[in-house]
Design a protein around this ligand. Sequence first.
Ligand code: GP9
Ligand code: MN
Length: 430
Amino acid sequence: SESDMDEVLEYMKENEAPPKDALFGVAKGKNVIYIHLESFQQFLLDYQLEGQTVTPFLNSIYHDASTFSFPNFFHQVGQGKTSDAETMLETSLFGIQQGSVFTQYGTENTFQAAPAILKEEGYTSASFHGNGGSFWNRDNTYRSLGYDYFFDSSYYSNEKNMLAEYGLKDKIFLKESVKYLEQLQQPFYSKFITVSNHFPYPEDELNADFPRGKTGDSSIDGYFQTAHYLDEAVQEFFKYLKDSGLYDNSIIVLYGDHYGISTSRNPTLAPLLGKDEDEWNSYNNAMMQRVPFMVHIPGQTGGMFEQYGGQTDVLPTLLHLLGISTTDYVQFGTDLFSEKHNQVVAFRNGDFVTPKYTKMGATVYDTATGNVLEDLTPAQQEEIDQAEQSVDTRLGLSDKVINGDLLRYYTPANFSPVDKAAYNYHKQME
Ligand code: GP9
Ligand code: MN
């Protein structure tokens, strides 16, 4: 009900995480280019398979002086997979307990999402994806988020040898996207959702210039090959951005949406990570939920930032870099650079990771060592209880916002509600 919104706003007020002065607005007015790295886990960065580097280009971006890199960043998706990652990055709300916000609430609900927030600052917005527009109900949800443009598969080549199960192969997709990107009014907010590195990571004879793993599980073995292909695709895309002149006026944000190797397959992967298959446990599974988060800002000095965080933290972090206050918005994440950033990373099932504690089911581990913590001191118990409460509060309130469509009762200052009817992405109807 409408009064539930008061509780949400109260939470926001009490948990505000103000920006770090030195970084507030460092990317003001720049184009934003998100590169969605499908199913890409953090362990792939700097990884060598039998002496060969899997993702040399992404490694170079990860370590580049102009990149703000977060080695302790976790995905927080549930059943909504890619669409949950999009929900969190666009809105700083969580996905829902079961199903997907995009498919169940995307059409009808009120959102205060990145495209609409940035529209107030003069931004144009566009999502690019080489799959059919109705997948995950994107075509409807993007209208609710306020996307100006959605370039789905109907805007791209569709010869059979260019397609994989989930759409256009990444190299072709990114290459053909540039002609649309160049036409966008600047500054723009854009995202490119790749698909080639998607389960079951099938072999593609045209693009198999990397060895497969030898575990005997074909999805694990192929994962390195398709990740390598994605790496080359991103490298080519950076070249297009430089050639078009867009690179210098843009910030490029790269993120992994969720795991590529499922929990049930992790023991088979374990030996490739120098771990014993038989000693693999839920702590190891939790650590495997790290995904890349890198903010590349040409001309700025970045670095490695060890703070813990997750996908709900992306929007407030981005807005502050762009010099936009988040005070009036309903966002469950906090700016990763803020002194007040909440380092309790909530998984969708209520488990969590903090720099000190990893809670998986009923077991609490020491995050640094992986040892099970038994006989907790009162001080430890207190910290764990507080972390748990933070997780439960955020997940619970986010669920209320979505289930009750509560944002329809609240319009932030300097924000114009989205007019869904104003958007139509069908090519043939232009
Ligand atoms: C499909 C793609 C894959 O369009 O985004 O989604 P996923 O299966 O990873 O949720
Ligand atoms: Mn995905």
